[in-house]
Design a protein around this ligand. Structure first.
Ligand code: BGC
Length: 466
């Protein structure tokens, strides 16, 4: 693109509603993060609704398993497709379409008249979750300035945790009326807010540059609060785009191949260390640990939700200051220790308090590390032209691992017992710590283009050595 064309893009648009550049990007990221809220809400709402719709539809245990896991299978399908769609059509239209889908399919779930329609509706909600889990962090990472990108992308994780918390509260509030239909249909509210909000947000400037719409890319960098830096940032994006072919196979070139393995490794690690055994089954675990009243177990679950949210806020402040890697190392070490302690507590006579404290400490270490950092890093490490597809690979693996853990956990618990199950998760966390120590690079403060260059250089070094 000739320089003249760039400069005809005109003066920077007036500040929106008098917002500072920082406030503009924070607002933009917060609206997009509603995708994360729907992800959190829709994966968790089923735990409270389960009891009631099982009764309405007279489900056997096997049918119930299908009803519960349909959403995860949908998320796998959505994440497999979402990357390609967003590379082709842009981040903004795909996120908007996802919001529309969330609205329609949540209401459909609430209205379903039998198991087949319910399972199909939940599968389609799952597809939306899969797409949102990928496009939300991707969009935020591409529009964020490098030095606060970690915190902004982690707003997505904060929204996930808030979504989980809201789902617990809605389930609790509607449990008296046994209104499982409303529990599912309520997701229409954030879905509408997401769609309306997205109307006002700019398309990702990096995606616009990728498809050759450079003048719009420049305008959008400016809309996102970049003043003088807009042109420099765009020039950097253009420079790396020249080196990319945009073909899927770029992902398997030396250097980017490492990025693919890092993404897959982080995705598996986030799930096989057991987070969703706590998020989905906390009341069950606590009951096994001796909590006799359901009320006490639910109250304990709410406390877990609050710790999850508050610690994510802490992570948002830390991730651009101390960096991604130190958080991952401290987090996986803390998770290993707390999981070992949960297992140990299950072996004791009075296990309730020990297990509960262990779970809270575990949630703290997850929420300060693997929770936000995995979604952040998989949105940072792939080359621009195929960033969506690269994320699809990692996100698909993430949902696959989530599915495997969710459907095997109760059987594992019954077969191996609680002590050995949690010790197994502890061992997997130690392996995760070693993986992070040896393989994960630091991306703090670097632009997406610098990160891409680093992987390219790594590929060249490896090529020279071979
Ligand atoms: C994970 C979810 C998990 C949530 C808990 C997310 O980062 O991907 O599987 O339920 O964190 O906060």
């Amino acid at each position: 693109m000739p320089e003249s064309e760039l400069t005809t893009a005109g003066p920077p648009p007036a500040r929106r509603g008098g917002l500072s550049p920082q406030a503009t990007v924070i607002l933009t990221a917060s609206i997009a993060a509603l995708g994360g809220l729907l992800f959190g809400y829709d994966t968790s709402v089923i735990s409270g609704a389960m009891l009631f719709f099982q009764h309405t539809f007279h489900l056997t245990d096997v049918q119930l398993e299908w009803a519960v896991s349909a959403v995860l299978l949908g998320a796998m399908a959505g994440s497999a497709l979402g990357g390609r769609l967003t590379d082709l059509w842009g981040r903004r239209p795909v996120l908007m379409a996802t919001g529309v889908g969330f609205g329609i399919f949540s209401v459909w779930t609430g209205l379903s008249t039998g198991l087949p329609t319910f399972v199909i509706a939940r599968f389609l909600v799952g597809c939306c979750i899969g797409v949102a889990s990928l496009v939300t962090p991707l969009y935020i990472s591409e529009m964020a300035p490098a030095k606060i990108r970690g915190g902004l992308v982690s707003l997505n994780q904060l929204a996930i945790t808030v979504g989980i918390g809201v789902a617990y509260v809605v389930d609790y509030a509607l449990a008296g009326a046994k209104d499982w239909r409303m529990m599912f249909a309520s997701a229409v509210v954030p879905a509408v807010v997401l769609v309306v909000g997205m109307i006002f947000l700019p398309e990702s400037p990096r995606w616009l540059a990728k498809v050759g719409r450079l003048a719009e890319a420049l305008t959008n960098f400016r809309r996102l609060g970049r003043e003088q830096e807009a042109q420099i940032e765009l020039a950097d994006v253009e420079r790396v785009l020249h080196e990319e072919t945009g073909r899927f196979w770029d992902l398997f070139k030396p250097g980017f191949r490492t990025a693919v393995w890092i993404g897959i490794g982080l995705a598996i690690l986030q799930q096989i260390t057991g987070i969703n055994t706590i998020i989905y089954y906390a009341p069950d675990i606590l009951t096994r640990a001796g909590y006799s009243s359901a009320k006490a177990a639910i109250l304990a679950t709410v406390t877990i939700g609050i710790v999850n949210i508050l610690t994510t806020v802490l992570a948002i402040f830390l991730v651009d200051r101390v960096g991604r890697k130190p958080l991952l190392l401290v987090g996986t070490a803390g998770m290993a220790a707390s999981l070992a302690f949960i297992g140990y507590s299950f072996a004791q006579q009075a296990k309730g308090v020990g297990v509960f404290i262990g779970v809270l400490v575990y949630i703290f270490f997850f929420a300060v590390s693997l929770g936000p950092v995995v979604w952040l890093m998989i949105a940072e490490i792939y080359p621009t032209k195929i960033r969506g597809v690269g994320m699809s690979v990692a996100t698909f693996v993430e949902w696959g691992a989530n599915f495997v853990v969710a459907v095997t956990f109760l059987s594992l618990l019954n077969w191996a017992g609680a002590v050995h199950t949690f010790w197994l998760f502890a061992v997997l966390s130690v392996l995760g710590l070693i993986f992070c120590w040896l393989v994960i690079p630091e991306t703090k403060g670097k632009s997406l283009e610098q990160i891409e260059e680093d992987f390219r250089r790594l590929g060249r070094r490896r090529g020279a050595r071979a």
